[in-house]
Write a protein that binds this ligand. Structure first.
Ligand code: SF4
Ligand code: SF4
Ligand code: FES
Length: 249
């Protein structure tokens, strides 16, 4: 017989008039190979069909099942209950808008990030559908692929002190994204243009460097390296700024 797990889960549906935030208790017997996602499904199927939480892929790919698990952000589908104590506290991610219970709206936040960081290749070259693909060095392609692995789960944002106190902060995921375009040879943006996007307190200079993002990224992106890289590039760009004209020489 497995352990008896006690869940304490945040409940609140802002769409129900008069509903109040509270913690609700559930008990479940653990079985071999149980993930938190499976446990939540069991709770919803057997104990409480009103419980709200998000999931799509169940394989740590879509990023939608992120939540605070005993005080730390993580993916419910990637977390085995066997790695947790028998008392499990679940809260929604902070920073993002609450939809209800454990479900938050990360989509709007990440869409906004996409626009603010202008996450597309900036080039003046005309697209020629007949042209042969331009080869890219393997090393460069791999360096671009690494930050591209971000699954937009929001765990780095939820664990970030700056993001928790200022809602305009791009977070490690945003800075990581800018780092990805900085090394892309197809993107023709100048350092001055990147400085406009990320060379401020809302970007690379708002980061206090305690690396909770790096500790909590469920797919172990090298955020520490990315933050250091972007900060260094932006500090160099800032040094070149003509203080009067705010232009890079
Ligand atoms: S290192 Fe920077 S981005 Fe990462 S959690 Fe800390 S303040 Fe946020
Ligand atoms: S950088 Fe990591 S923690 Fe942050 S959103 Fe991407 S995958 Fe999630
Ligand atoms: S359900 Fe997709 S990451 Fe967990």
């Amino acid at each position: 017989m497995g352990r008896q797990l006690s869940f304490s889960i945040f409940r609140y549906n802002p769409n129900i008039p008069g509903d109040a935030p509270r913690m609700q208790e559930y008990k479940l017997e653990e079985y071999e190979g149980m993930t938190l996602f499976v446990a939540l499904n069991d709770i919803r199927e057997k104990l409480d069909p009103t419980l709200m939480f998000d999931f799509v892929c169940r394989a740590a790919i879509c990023g939608s099942c992120a939540m605070m698990i005993n005080g730390r952000p993580g993916l419910a589908c990637k977390t085995m209950t066997g790695t947790l104590p028998s008392r499990i506290n679940l809260m929604p991610l902070p920073v993002f808008k609450l939809i209800g219970d454990l479900s938050v709206d990360t989509g709007t936040w990440f869409r906004n990030l996409q626009v603010r960081t202008e996450s597309w290749i900036h080039t003046n070259k005309k697209f020629d559908p007949e042209a042969l693909e331009v080869r890219m060095e393997n090393k460069t392609a791999e360096a671009i692929y690494e930050p591209e692995r971000c699954i937009e789960c929001g765990c780095c944002v939820a664990s970030c002190i700056t993001a928790n106190i200022r809602d305009d902060f791009l977070g490690a995921t945003g800075i990581n994204r800018v780092g990805r375009f900085l090394i892309d040879p197809r993107d023709e943006r100048t350092d001055a243009e990147y400085f406009e996007v990320v060379g401020s307190e809302e970007g690379a200079f708002g980061c206090v460097g305690l690396m909770a993002c790096d500790d909590n990224c469920p797919i172990e992106l090298p955020l520490q390296q990315q933050l250091a890289f972007v900060r260094r590039k932006m500090a160099q760009a800032g040094l070149k700024l003509d203080l009067k004209g705010m232009k890079i020489s």
